[in-house]
Structure formats: C-alpha cells, structure tokens
Design a protein around this ligand. Structure first.
Ligand code: C5P
Length: 412
C-alpha cells in the first residue's frame, strides 16, 4: 500500500521535441511520463515535424501540439507565455546541437527557444546527435554555458548511433530519463503518496427543502489538501457542501449527506495510503426524510433521528487500514476527549481543536469552524504536539510535516 515515493504526480511537463532521428523515441517518452503521473504538453521544432508528425503527439498527450511561434490558432488555445508559465519542467528530448546552440545564445525566433527564454521553470535537455557534433568544441561550450545557468543535462549515452558510428550522442534510455526527471522533484515529503481527505459539513434532509447541518466551512480540510499536494501527494478530496475553490491537482467529489460521503470514501479507500477525516459528519440523520415539505401547525413537532455510520471508525477498522488522522472538535475537555477518540476509533493520530463556543466574544474565540485561524493539539499513541494558533494554511503545512514524519516511522 505504501505509494511510490518518487513520481511525477501533479507535475506539468512541457516536452520540447527537436529535429533529430531520436525524435521517434519522444512518443514513448510521452507515455512513460504520463504513467509517472505528469501532465504533458508538446512543442515541436519545425525540424522535428519532418521526423514524426504532430498528430502522434496530439493523440498521445490529448492536447494540440505547438509547432510555430506565429500560429494564431495555437496561440489562442494556449499562448507561448502561458505555456512557459504552465510548465513545472521544460524537458527538451531529443535536444539537437542546433537547439542547444539556440538556447545557449538566448534566441527567441522560434517557439521552443522563445518559451525557454520566457520561463522561470526548471529546464532539462537530453542531447541526441552524432558523436562528432556532440564532442565539437562549440557544442561543449554551449552545454557548459547552459549548465552554468541552471539547465540540467541528461546524458547523452554512448553506443552505436543511427549514422553507423559508435560514441557519445545517443538519447538517454527512457527509464533513465524518467528517473532523472523524478529526481528533479523528489523533495516532497509525501511524493506519490495517496491521501484521501474528507471535508466540510454534511446536510441531512428533513424534507425536500430543510436539512440538519453544521457550521463547518471546509477550510481546514481544503488547506490540508493544498499542503499535501505541495508535498507531492496524490489527493482525493471528498467534501460536503462548501463554498471553496477546488485545490489544483486534487480529485474532488462533492456529496451532501453522511451516507453519500460514506459511500464515496468506501469506493476508493483501498487505494489510499493515508486517510484524513476533517469532515464534520452529522452523527445523526432524520430517520425518514419526508417526500413533501412539512406544513406548519400549532403542534409540537419531533423528528426521529437515526445514527449515521462513523466513516473514520469504519476506515480504521479495515483489514489493512491506511494511516488514519482524525479530528476532534470540542468545546471542552479537549485532551481527554481526543485521547478517548484516538483509542476508541483505533486511529494513528488525532488533531484536536477547541471550537468557538462563546459567540459573544469572537476576538478571543476566533478559531475552529468558520474562522481563518485555528490551533491544534495533536496526539498519537506515544506522543503529542501543539501547533499554535495561526492561519489555517500555515497550520495545515505544519500538520502535514508532522503526519509525514509519523507515517514514515510506521511504514519504514
Ligand atoms: O466522534 P466524533 O464525531 O467527534 O469524531 C470526529 C472524527 O471522526 C472526525 O475526524 C470526523 O471527520 C470523523 N467522523 C466520521 N464519520 C462520522 C463522524 C465523525 O468520519 N459519522
């Protein structure tokens, strides 16, 4: 279950293909980069299109291929400046002697070099050319200059060449290219780890227009999703009704009720390495929601409630459960209740926070459910940590760092 540590999940890679015989290998490279989790857009130099067609790359990447700086249609779809900003990495493979020379001299008269010039993302080149061209003093000087300005150089490998010669100048094997790309990013504490996060409130219908809900805004769960994605995690976010933007690179599922949330979680939980339950799931739901709107009378009205499944408890009780982090929002006896929950639900960790209960005195109590701020007291079987009151995003980052450490301890 332990996810692959090194991967390219959540990464946008712009693949620049230049005009050399190794261009055909770039098609396989697209597939393999996608398998590693990356999103791919392809830019081809005019020379590359003589070796392999843009259609091949369009079909593989699922996006239009960009081949010219002055193509109005392609510029309208995603302009070269936008492409430059979109990319986390620009990988030029194969990189020809000519494209290396262009790059080194800062040219912008052709699409790929213009994008490189306009980009502040990482750039890597995988040279492929005849070995005499590779060893040529000017090529070597250009490569050294690029390296000095931070461009990574992958390869080339030595061996037999398309021209019949033997020597350095072959495109690095695809496996090695993937590993090299991965190494550029493998700093995230949760690289490639699959995390499911529940967030927000649930709405339990009384009749078609009324429901029982709670004040959870979903902010903490969404902040945790963002912090996990920053660390390279593959995040599924299952959320009740909230007014929040979907974190980039997350897979979001929207639900209303506890039963729907339960279903959505169980559908996918076997795939997950970590489960974080921030949702304020309603403990009870109206036993029989009425099919029509309830009419007002002068009589008292009672609604029979029936317990909802405890999603977190059920996940933690699975045969091989993921690492579980629960939340305990309390208005009193924080530590006692949190520790009880840790034990009773058999969790790996629990994060407890005092929710504002004195609505009169908002300044002092401004933490928890509907606030930008929060503070957490985190417990695990043999330790605890206090995360002081700060903005939820900062708090989420601290929590993710702590969680990654504990997760590492139990899985390695
Ligand atoms: O027992 P209590 O509801 O206070 O536990 C809170 C923790 O359990 C939270 O992490 C919450 O997301 C989770 N929970 C759940 N399903 C429920 C109730 C709570 O996943 N039905």
């Amino acid at each position: 279950m332990h996810g692959m540590k090194a991967s390219l999940h959540n990464k946008n890679i712009l693949l620049g293909v230049c005009g050399g015989i190794a261009a055909y290998k770039a098609a396989e490279l697209v597939r393999r980069l996608q398998d590693a989790g990356a999103s791919i857009r392809v830019v081809m130099t005019p020379g590359a299109t003589k070796f392999i067609t843009p259609l091949t790359f369009q079909a593989l990447s699922g996006h239009p291929v960009h081949t010219s700086l002055l193509d109005t249609e392609a510029e309208a779809a995603m302009g070269h400046i936008e492409l430059a900003r979109w990319a986390d990495l620009i990988l030029i493979a194969p990189a020809t002697a000519n494209s290396i020379a262009r790059l080194a001299s800062g040219r912008a008269d052709e699409l790929l070099s213009a994008i490189c010039l306009a980009s502040s993302s990482k750039i890597a080149i995988a040279p492929a050319m005849n070995h005499v061209m590779w060893m040529a003093e000017t090529t070597q000087k250009n490569v050294q200059q690029l390296q000095k300005s931070g461009v990574k150089v992958f390869g080339p490998a030595s061996g037999s060449q398309a021209c019949g010669d033997v020597g350095p100048g072959r495109l690095l094997e695809i496996d090695e290219l993937i590993t090299s790309c991965t190494q550029l990013f493998s700093t995230g504490e949760l690289q490639g780890i699959k995390i499911m996060i529940t967030a927000g409130p649930t709405y339990e219908p009384i009749d078609p227009v009324r429901f029982i809900g709670n004040r959870s805004s979903g902010q903490m769960g969404f902040a945790i999703a963002r912090a996990a994605i920053e660390q390279g995690a593959v995040v599924s976010l299952i959320t009740g009704p909230v007014h929040l933007e979907t974190p980039e690179h997350s897979k979001r599922t929207d639900v209303d009720t506890a039963l729907q949330m339960h279903q959505a979680v169980m559908n996918d939980i076997k795939e997950q390495d970590i489960f974080i339950a921030t949702a304020a799931v309603a403990d009870y739901r109206p036993a029989k929601p009425l099919p029509q709107k309830i009419k007002k009378t002068d009589d008292e009205l009672s609604i029979t409630l029936t317990p909802n499944p405890d999603i977190l408890k059920e996940v933690a009780a699975l045969d091989s459960p993921p690492f579980t982090l629960g939340f305990a929002a309390e208005t009193q006896n924080l530590k006692d209740y949190a520790l009880q929950k840790l034990k009773n639900k058999k969790l790996h960790m629990i994060a407890a926070n005092l929710v504002a209960h004195n609505l009169e005195n908002k300044d002092e109590q401004d933490t928890g459910f509907n606030s930008e701020y929060n503070a957490l007291h985190v417990f695990w079987s043999n330790g605890e940590a206090t995360l002081e009151r700060c903005r939820k995003m900062q708090l989420a980052r601290q929590l993710i760092t702590l969680l990654a450490k504990k997760y590492d301890e139990i899985t390695t």
